[in-house]
Design a protein. Sequence first.
Length: 82
Amino acid sequence: MVFHMKTTLNIDDTVMARLRQEAARQRKTMSELVEAALRLLFHSAQQSKKKRLRRLPTWRGGKPRVDIADRNALYDFMEGRR
């Protein structure tokens, strides 16, 4: 059994006018559009919580062993000549 609750909302006149136009265009009631919009809002809020990535671990690696801007020093280090 599905229950519906009636309530009163204060909606800006321009928003209400757009709602009426859109409801007529889609041949739906304003209540159907408002309910669909709220469901979409709640769904996207729930999805954004799920998509948050956890922080990657960090650590201190100490003093750099080579200046990577110095190509020759970098190649020497990579080839074990340093």
